[in-house]
Design a protein around this ligand. Structure first.
Ligand code: COA
Length: 138
C-alpha cells in the first residue's frame, strides 16, 4: 500500500465534512459541519487516514465500553478507493474492540457494500433477525 498515515485524532471539521459529502448521505441527513463534528466528538474511537495532509479515509465507533459497539461513517474518498484503506480502517476499529473485549460489534452496510464487509469477516444477521431502524428526519 502507498504510504498512508493513520491517526486516532479527530480530523479537522471541514476536511471531514468534505469527505462526508462524497458519499451523498447528506442529501438525506442535511447535517451542518458543526452538527457532524459534534457527532464525531461524541464517538468512542475514530480512525482517519491521510495521504500527505489530505483526509482520504475515515471510520468511527460509538460504544458502551463493555458489550456493544457500532461502526459508523466508514468512508474512503472515491479517488483513493480499492487501495486497502477501508479494510485497514475497519481492522483497526475491530482491533480496538478486541483490546476492550467488546462482545458485539455491529454495523449497517449500505447497498452494494456487504461484500466488502464480508471480506473483512462480518456476517449477515441470521434470517428472521434483521437489524431494524426508524427514520426520523426533519
Ligand atoms: C466501502 C469502502 C469503505 C471500501 O473501502 P476501500 O478502501 O475502497 O476498500 P478496500 O480497498 O480496503 O477493499 C478491501 C477488500 O474488499 C473488496 N471490496 C471493496 N469494495 C467492495 C464491494 N463493494 N463489494 C465486494 N468487495 C469489495 C476489495 O476488492 C478488497 O478485496 P481484497 O482484500 O480481496 O483485495 C469504500 O468503497 C467507500 O468509502 N465507499 C463510499 C462510502 C460507503 O459506502 N461506505 C460504507 C458505508 S456502510
Amino acid at each position: 500500500m502507498t504510504n498512508f498515515r493513520f491517526s486516532t485524532d479527530l480530523p479537522e471539521k471541514q476536511l471531514f465534512y468534505d469527505l462526508f459529502l462524497t458519499t451523498g448521505w447528506n442529501i438525506q441527513y442535511k447535517l451542518e459541519p458543526d452538527e457532524l463534528y459534534e457527532a464525531l466528538n461524541q464517538s468512542w474511537y475514530c480512525i482517519s487516514a491521510y495521504h500527505d495532509n489530505i483526509l482520504v479515509g475515515f471510520g468511527r465507533m460509538i460504544c458502551d465500553g463493555v458489550v456493544h459497539a457500532l461502526i459508523l461513517d466508514l468512508i474512503v474518498h472515491p479517488d483513493y478507493q480499492s487501495k486497502g484503506i477501508g479494510k485497514t480502517i475497519l481492522n483497526k476499529l475491530v482491533d480496538k474492540c478486541r483490546q476492550h473485549r467488546i462482545r458485539d460489534i455491529q454495523l449497517f452496510s449500505v447497498k452494494g457494500k456487504a461484500g466488502f464487509y464480508q471480506k473483512c469477516g462480518f456476517k449477515d444477521r441470521p434470517e428472521g433477525a434483521p437489524g431494524m431502524e426508524i427514520k426520523k428526519i426533519r
